[in-house]
Design a protein around this ligand. Structure first.
Ligand SMILES: [Zn+2]
Length: 309
């Protein structure tokens, strides 16, 4: 039963501390971290020109410090997932943050920081990062993409940032002669899709390929999921057309796959830019939990498809 696997207890909540300088520096150079106190830079990354008129201290307290706490939540969540089998961080998934460049509302590469923090204790741990946000995880790839312990699974809208209409993948090729080359070849589960992809095609892509990606990752393993809600129809930045039903099924399927394969799983929120985003992620997380209590692990492949949107 999943309920046993999830070991669900209603009072099992934790409050993270903010990520320390030392933890942030597992990924980001100190000079980069100092540069983030520039209001002009913050306003550009957030796409809000008015922020440039605010003081650095105000922006630190109201934006950067909460993001450090969110990053601390991802670090803590990764440890809790290994300890208990699963964890949610109700924030995080800042997948556009590069090592030395903030982009797309993302300043701290929380997933990469959490993985490197884990590796300090468990350097043998293999991690699969599953990103179903509408936007490709360009920052993660830049930081971790060539590490042989990392597998990346990414379904993203190829018509928007960071690809923006290019037919090429947004990720750099590995360095020539890289020792990670062979690993790289099979850890690359990247699916650029059309924004108007149907529910059925999107879920079919996931159904067919995620088990293959998981099977390619040697033990010991951890799965980190970026549960972006911005593929939802009508999202202001995702420009996709998935139904709410499809996203609920998608997220539940990710957890099912982690559990049936006995992989600890951490879920992070990533993006969502619709008035319905907050409600949908809440509904999705509740669905994962309640399915875990009430239902079978997996409601199967597309035998009950299509569902009504
Ligand atoms: Zn996104």
């Amino acid at each position: 039963m999943v309920s046993t696997a999830l070991n669900l207890k209603a009072d099992r909540t934790y409050s993270p501390r903010e990520a320390s300088d030392r933890e942030l520096e597992l990924v980001h150079p100190r000079e980069y971290l100092k540069s983030l106190l520039d209001p002009v830079l913050i306003s550009r990354v957030m796409g809000i020109p008015e922020l440039a008129t605010l003081s650095a201290s105000h922006l630190h307290d109201s934006l950067l410090q909460p993001l450090r706490v969110a990053t601390g939540g991802t670090i803590l969540g990764a440890r809790l997932a290994l300890e208990h089998g699963w964890a949610f961080n109700f924030s995080g998934g800042f997948h556009h943050a590069h090592k030395e460049k903030a982009e797309g509302f993302c300043f701290f590469a929380d997933t990469a920081i959490a993985v490197r923090a884990l590796w300090e204790q468990r350097p043998e741990l293999n991690v699969i990062i599953v990103d179903v946000d509408a936007h490709g995880m360009n920052g993660i790839w830049e930081i971790l993409g060539h590490d042989p312990r990392i597998s990346l699974f990414d379904i993203y809208n190829r018509e928007i940032y960071p690809v923006s209409g290019s037919t090429t993948l947004p990720y750099p090729e590995p360095p020539p002669g890289s020792a990670a080359k062979s690993k790289y070849e099979f850890s690359r589960f990247l699916f650029p899709v059309e924004g108007r992809i149907s529910d059925q095609d999107y879920l079919g892509l996931l159904w067919r390929n995620l088990p293959l990606a998981i099977a390619s990752v040697p033990e010991p393993r951890l799965m980190i999921c970026h549960l972006g809600q911005d593929p939802l129809l009508g999202d202001k930045l995702g420009y996709m057309s998935l139904s709410e039903q499809a996203i609920l099924r998608r997220d539940a399927y990710l957890f099912d796959q982690a559990i049936v394969n006995n992989i600890p799983v951490l879920a992070l929120l990533a993006g969502g830019y619709s008035p319905n985003s907050a409600g949908l992620i809440a509904k999705s997380l509740l669905n994962i939990v309640h399915r875990s209590i009430d239902g079978p692990l997996n409601d199967g492949p597309l035998t009950n498809w299509p569902v009504t949107a």
